[in-house]
Design a protein. Structure first.
Lengths: 321, 491
């Protein structure tokens, strides 16, 4: 089995997944002028109220009328609230941020409107200033994680030639997975109106951890083989290492997928979004560690970029020089 | 080798026994055999997070222009006062933690009236007795006072309080201001019709603040109105007496957080150091105010910036579903491992069960609050626990294929797989650490819970994969003659 030989094909497959994701992010950005992803209230600020009606479910327009009577904490109108049915007896209402007192009045009004008990399933309210701060911090957290992991790999591979290459390749594979996850989220946001919340951030960070975890296992085999097969061509040695760890990569991937599928199918609505993002990310994490991270090492070793723009033979560079 | 194997076997047996004990009991107590006194008591009921059991979580932030200006000690005092207030309001099991520079996370499990609790907590609780002269303002008016600002006019009765500092009320009773009496006989001057002109520019003089209060109690008046009776500390009594003596017939406003709650007339000089606050109180509002006064005002004013309420039904539903999903996921993994890796797979499954028992024990002992993402983190860590075993078994098979004896292959498999297990798990732990810092600073308990569970899972899985599976494998080999059955190892 020669995985490394077809490296440009695998890079192409990655691009075929990532580029549409970036296009969807761009579409969202252009449409809303807010950013690449539809953000949940955790990051954007606002309020999410889920209520269950014991009696007849009132009409959406009646709920909106109630919201129109009140104002956000900052004194803004709530007329742009988004009211969505949740099952047959509940509503989920996203609005600008309201405080607990306003929420209490709104629920009381709903009670009067429906003439029966209204149960608050959940209420979540985030100040917009805090949301913006959390968003910034999330980006910083991801970059910090990337730097910390890069430094760790650099250190762990210090006895191999060019340790920084391993760290860099792992980080490139990691950003590959980050973009796949962001792209999937952008598409889900476009088609299903899913919003990125703090669970999404947790999923993203898990994917990062798993991606690097997976890449390191393959790199570790390269590190070991580099000492054993000193005379063998680097490309052959890397390919051998990838193939040797293939069983393990696939089996680990499968076991994690099993638990995630179980969570997605039986785990309920609260975590479904989280789990689907994890599934996409974990799959991407395994793909990138096999088909991206190690081939990048070979590309670097051969300095293949010198031949990229020279001729039309981009898909078949072969061993360079 | 054999001796260390026996040692580890003993450790594992003890651990399993201990975790079964903890996992199956709700409290653990050890009583002294001589006198029956409890030597050791531990509540080992599993702690469910608010998203699973229902309740309210709020993130409070210092209501100041810059977070950098908040003194950590004052924030901590604020937290303590908030906690006392919440407990006094009858909310049980409140937890409050300072998060980052200027935030406090408050969690109220199983609460039914979040609106009132949040409103009562958030009040700064600064009570002022304000000199109104002879022209009172209506109840409910928001006024300006010279307290807490640079003193625009010298204090009338000569006690110039430190102007900018808000009193640190849990600390020593600062002789803040001159005390004022409230005419406890005067009917509350509710809605004085004469004073509709609010004159917002007027800065009223604060004679005394709530820091001079000694005891505070709710009582009902002779006409059945709720009112708050208080006594003053000795220095307050002095000032109170002086002021009322000098100002008989004038108005004195009682102002909470700059809002007038009652404007009594001083009928006569009161030197006994006692008084009553009357207003339009219900039993609840009188009680809430009394609680605020009793525990003092907040050194740092706070506002709610985030609030999350989860109803109990949704939480119970989530627990049931995630447990079911966890069980199914775990079973599929167990079947897969057994089918693919045969004997070692089955032993790894036993190690996985051991792993689950130990994890549950640690969750109960530490204790770790289980949240939905926490459970997800744990289930994910099962996947990573299996990964370590898979790494080792693949190595084991390779060594067997290259002609090693079984026992050699086992030891080599473990030692060769170790560097990759170490490096890959270290990177996961690094991610967990960064997640934890992020979650802790921003009061994002979801992220924090997830990172703790995942990190704990990774650490325990290292132990089970490296020590437990291997010990099981050696024990089986010692007792069965398996060396001539390579197919039992999936070869």
């Amino acid at each position: 089995m020669n995985i490394i030989k077809n490296r440009y094909l695998y890079f192409l497959i990655s691009l075929l997944v990532i580029v549409p994701g970036i296009i969807f992010m761009a579409i969202h950005w252009v449409n809303t002028k807010e950013g690449p992803l539809a953000l949940g209230i955790d990051f954007r600020g606002g309020s999410l109220l889920e209520v269950q009606f014991a009696g007849k479910l009132p009409a959406i327009s009646d709920i909106q009328t109630i919201y129109n009577k009140y104002q956000s904490t900052g004194g803004q109108s709530l007329s742009d609230s988004l009211i969505q049915p949740l099952g047959t007896d509940s509503y989920s209402i996203t609005s600008k941020d309201i405080n607990d007192a306003t929420k209490g009045k709104i629920v009381a009004d709903m009670q009067t409107l429906s003439g029966s008990t209204v149960t608050v399933l959940s209420f979540n309210n985030v100040d917009p200033a805090v949301g913006a701060e959390v968003t910034r911090a999330a980006v910083v957290a991801i970059l910090m994680a990337a730097v910390a992991i890069l430094l760790y790999i650099w250190w762990a591979f210090r006895k191999v030639e060019h340790p920084v290459r391993y760290g860099t390749a792992a980080i490139i594979a990691m950003f590959h997975d980050v973009f796949v996850v962001l792209g999937v989220e952008a598409m889900l946001g476009y088609f299903l109106h899913w919003e990125a919340d703090s669970l999404f951030l947790t999923a993203l960070l898990t994917v990062i951890g798993f991606s690097v975890h997976d890449t390191i296992v393959v790199f570790d085999r390269i590190r070991e083989n580099a000492n054993i097969y000193r005379r063998v061509d680097y490309e052959v040695m890397v390919n051998h290492s990838v193939v040797q760890t293939l069983d393990r990569s696939i089996n680990t991937q499968l076991t994690v997928m099993f638990t995630l599928f179980a969570l997605a199918l039986f785990g309920g609505d609260t975590t479904r979004h989280f789990v689907i993002i994890l599934l996409a990310g974990i799959f991407s994490g395994t793909y990138s560690s096999i088909f991206n991270a190690s081939p990048i090492l070979v590309v670097w070793e051969n300095r293949e970029w010198r031949t990229w723009f020279r001729r039309k033979s981009e898909a078949q560079p072969g061993p360079a020089q | 080798m054999s001796r260390s194997r026996n040692f580890w076997l003993a450790v594992i047996v003890v651990l399993i026994a201990l975790s079964l004990w903890v996992d199956l009991s709700k409290t653990i107590s050890i009583t002294s055999p001589t006198n029956g006194a409890a030597l050791f008591n531990l509540n080992t009921d599993i702690r469910l997070g608010l998203d699973l059991r229902g309740g309210l979580q709020t993130l409070l932030q210092a209501d100041v222009p810059s977070c950098a200006a908040v003194d950590p000690n004052e924030l901590n005092v604020t937290r303590q006062i908030l906690e006392s207030r919440a407990n006094a309001l009858g909310v049980s099991e409140v937890t409050m933690q300072v998060a980052g520079n200027c935030r406090i996370v408050a969690e109220f499990p199983g609460i039914s009236n979040p609106e009132q609790v949040v409103a009562a907590l958030q009040q700064t609780g600064l009570l002022e007795f304000v000199d109104m002269g002879s022209s009172p303002v209506p109840v409910g008016t928001v006024i300006k006072t010279d307290y807490g600002q640079t003193a625009t006019q010298p204090a009338l009765t000569g006690t110039a309080q430190s102007p900018t500092a808000i009193p640190n009320s849990t600390a020593t009773p600062e002789p803040l201001a001159t005390a004022t009496a409230i005419a406890n006989t005067a009917p509350a001057a509710t809605a004085q019709p004469s004073a509709t002109q609010t004159a917002p520019a007027t800065v009223y003089h604060t004679v005394m603040t709530g820091a001079a209060l000694d005891t505070v109690n709710v009582q009902t008046s002779s006409v059945g109105q709720y009112e708050i009776a208080f006594t003053l500390k000795s220095n307050g009594t002095q000032v109170f007496g002086d002021y009322t003596t000098a100002n008989v017939g004038k108005y004195l406003a009682i102002v909470l957080d700059k809002k007038v709650i009652s404007v009594p007339v001083i009928n006569s000089a009161i030197t006994g150091g006692q008084g009553v606050i009357q207003g339009n109180f219900t039993a609840d509002s009188a009680n809430a105010l009394a609680v605020q006064l009793r525990y003092g005002s907040l050194p740092v004013p706070v506002k709610v910036v985030e609030s999350e309420t989860v109803g109990p039904t949704l939480g119970a539903e989530s627990v049931r579903k995630s447990l079911l999903a966890g069980m199914i996921g775990l079973s599929v993994v167990i079947i897969f491992m057994g089918l693919y890796y045969r004997l070692p797979g089955i032993l790894a499954d036993l190690a996985l069960v051991t792993y689950s028992l130990i994890s549950l024990m640690l969750f109960k002992i530490i204790p770790v609050t289980l949240t939905l993402p926490g459970i997800a983190g744990f289930i994910l860590s099962i996947g990573m626990a299996v990964d370590a075993n898979i790494l080792i078994f693949e190595r084991l098979k390779e060594e067997l294929r290259s002609g090693r004896t079984l026992r050699q292959a086992i030891d080599l498999g473990w030692s060769r797989a170790w560097p990759s297990i170490r490096d890959s798990n270290s990177s996961t732990l690094i991610t967990c650490l960064i997640l934890y810092i992020f979650g802790n600073t921003f009061g994002a308990s979801i992220v924090k819970g997830f990172s703790i569970n995942l990190a704990l899972g990774v650490l325990i899985s290292l132990f089970t994969a490296i020590i437990v599976t291997r010990t099981y494998l050696h024990v089986v080999l010692d007792n069965l003659k398996l060396d001539e059955h390579p197919n039992w190892f999936g070869l």
